[in-house]
Design a protein around this ligand. Structure first.
Ligand code: ADE
Length: 240
């Protein structure tokens, strides 16, 4: 039997870190104030949401594939109404009525939760999306935190492109200058530190047309010890 090559080994090492990933802790770190403070226009989560809102208001991007395990991780059990408190703690805690309505709307539009492996040339199980490809993909804080290095990040972008139809859009959100984040108390998950130029060149190298790159610089009080991120990027790209 052939052994793993070094890049497969590096990916396997990152995969091993995720065995200890604690979604509730992760939500607490990144989706409560000060990072998710809707009273402040300079808080990270409102910034990310406004980028997504603008992108979806501007164009026709109806189909979203939600990536597992990270930012927009919606547990299948929650979709099936088996668990209630999971995502709730982070989002609309202060307004239970709005929370209930939003939860119902989300449940009614999400049709499935699928495993994805962006290091595989075909990241999704066969037959899970139309053969013509998806209209739109959204990935948030995923690729750089599962890639051991820049070439691996770039390859992952190329694999995602294979899931898009020609003319389809990728909305990519991620960390800038981050070398680790906490996936649980005391669990540092390695991240490939990216700068803006690398994000742009990786997108172009993997065949995307870059339509927009916006950057958020972290105010000092958002540096709360759960990572060493210096900024966040939002990229809107199109598959030609
Ligand atoms: N928000 C969600 N995930 C994050 C991460 N890994 N680093 C910084 N902010 C985040």
């Amino acid at each position: 039997m052939e052994g793993k090559d070094s890049s497969e080994e590096a990916v396997a090492a990152i995969e091993a870190c995720y065995q200890g990933f604690n979604p509730a802790a992760y939500l607490q770190y990144n989706y409560t104030p000060p990072r998710a403070d809707f009273q402040r226009s300079d808080s990270i989560v409102p910034w990310k949401l406004s980028c997504l809102h603008k992108a979806f208001s501007e164009g026709e991007m109806p189909l979203i594939i939600y990536a597992q395990r990270n930012d927009i991780d919606i547990p299948a059990s929650w979709i099936r109404e088996e668990t209630a408190g999971w995502v709730k703690c982070a989002l609309i805690k202060k307004n239970p009525t709005a929370w209930t309505e939003k939860a119902e709307r989300l449940r009614s539009v999400v049709t499935d939760v699928l495993p994805i492996n962006v290091h595989q040339p075909c990241p999704l199980p066969a037959g899970s999306i139309p053969s013509s490809g998806a209209d739109c993909l959204v990935s948030s804080f995923c690729l750089e935190s599962v890639s051991p290095d820049l070439p691996s990040f770039t390859r992952a972008l190329g694999h995602l492109s294979g899931l898009l139809r020609s003319g389809g859009h990728l909305l990519l959100i991620g960390a800038l200058g981050e070398s680790f984040y906490l996936g649980a108390p005391g669990l540092q998950i390695p991240v490939v530190p990216l700068d803006e130029a690398q994000v742009c060149s990786s997108l172009r190298t993997s065949g995307y047309q870059l339509l927009q790159l916006s950057v958020y610089h972290l105010p000092p009080d958002m540096r709360v010890g759960v990572d060493d991120v210096s900024g966040v990027f939002f990229a809107k790209a199109r598959k030609p």
